[in-house]
Design a binder for this molecule. Sequence first.
Ligand code: HEM
Length: 438
Amino acid sequence: MSDLSTPPTPDGGALLGHTRAFSRDPFGALERWADHGDVVRLEFPGETFYLVSDPALIERVLHDADGRFVIAEQQRRAFADVEDHAVTTAVGDRWRRLRTALQPAFARNTIDRYADGMVEQTVSRVEAWDDGEEIDLHREMRYLTLDILAETLLGVDIGGNEDVVLDATDALVDRADPRRPAQLLPDWVPTPTDRRFRRKVAALDSYVDRCLAARQEGSRGDDACSVLLDAHDRGELTGEEVRHNLVALLLAGSDTSALGLTYCWYLLSTHPDAYSALVAEYDEHVESKRPTAESRERLDGLRNAVSETLRLYPPTWNTMRQAVRPVMLGGYRLPEGAELMLSQWVLHRDERFWESPSAFRPSRWEDERDRPEYAYFPFSGGPRHCIGMHFAWLELHLALATMIGRVELDVTIDETLTFAPTLSLRPEAEISAIVRHR
Ligand code: HEM
């Protein structure tokens, strides 16, 4: 009888474990390792991870009601000095208090009211592009999602300060890249990446302080900034918590959606038939070139294309959890502190649940196949699922529809599309596009 107490460990080097294979081809390596079993043990210098690739086990971990799993130490480290007091890094009662304070800003009816603002910001950005101009697509999508977020959900004035947020995001993402050799150094050893990180985060902090000071004076509504400041006035949040949560929303709410938009354009540009079908659908169903929260219901093809994009290129490619005490999972005993990788990338490409998983086929969403819920979880799941999920779905639909109605983007990329395995699924090469106004 096989020993079920320890999960299988795929072959790795004696000294560096699975580091070399991961550095060379991170996503291919994860897919191959997942073939070894539903729970697989991976060794990196000073760290052991457990890759979990069975949807039912992922569901058990994410919906855990017994307090056996919390967000991983690795995630708290990645956001250290930026979001230590934010919902993204908190655990236990503190997390519940912060999530409850933020929740009113994410109510469904509040989000739907942002539809006009989302379309407005997209129209302004598209109109700023000249016919025939070459744009840095990913960067433009980052500006767009940041402008939408600031103007609607956050209620802060971003005008001219976009680069402060983008630079801090880049510095955070670079610092968290697991392939960075300096990851092996103790935290107290300063590196150029750390120094750049501190500079960029100081600039972001001072911008956020200015935003909060301005909002403290002005009127309040039900946007996220108001909700945070109201909770502070009632004594439910500290000043530090208000600041770090605003930072968390600025970073979490723009980078991910921008990747979704970028990859959707990339896929449409490389699949002309799918693109033409969306243009025809748009022309048939959207009057006066202005999509609304309601016209979204009629754009089935667009919804399928977005779902398929988030399947193939999930902006958050991995969700981490940590066992707070020894646990049994999938028949294996995992030690206290075990760090679990629940990888969207791996599950979204698992042949057990997806036919031709690497093909872009929006039509696969037309008839709901019977597949386990956690074969697809771009926004994670359970009580800690993405708080911005409804906002993001609406934004992706409306921003894409608005763009499809006004421009065609001919996307080019110098090399094949590869990704950095850092906090989000970022393209390693620049993705540019030639703009043609319709
Ligand atoms: C396509 C866009 C997006 C994707 C794919 C995405 C995905 C995710 C995922 C996978 C998580 C991790 C949940 C977990 O640990 O189980 C998360 C958390 C979070 N997201 Fe998003 N997200 C997106 C957009 C947004 C937006 C627009 C906002 C806010 C405006 C947002 C705010 C957050 C916050 C605050 C958390 C932490 C929630 C908590 O720990 O309670 N996200 N997101």
